[in-house]
Write a protein that binds this ligand. Structure first.
Ligand code: ZN
Length: 76
């Protein structure tokens, strides 16, 4: 499934402890690190998340016209 490239503006964790990226478009997107299916070791470290700020993720919610997501207070 394709999405529209949106930059990451921040991160927070959901109620289960999974990392969620906050995108410039107002949508949130999980960036799970659950090997071997999804390998994102960078997301578990503050340095990796900091480096990911400003990089783009493909936002499928923009394609479907979803309303903006809630933004809990985050870990930056
Ligand atoms: Zn979006």
């Amino acid at each position: 499934m394709n999405g529209i490239a949106r930059r990451i503006t921040g991160f927070h964790r959901d109620e289960e402890g999974h990392w969620v990226a906050q995108l410039e478009c107002g949508h949130n997107q999980h960036v799970r690190h659950s090997p071997p299916w999804q390998n994102r070791p960078w997301v578990t470290g503050a340095q990796g998340r900091g480096a990911a700020l400003g990089t783009a993720l493909a936002c499928v919610k923009c394609v479907s016209g979803a309303p903006p997501d809630a933004r809990p207070a985050g870990d930056g």
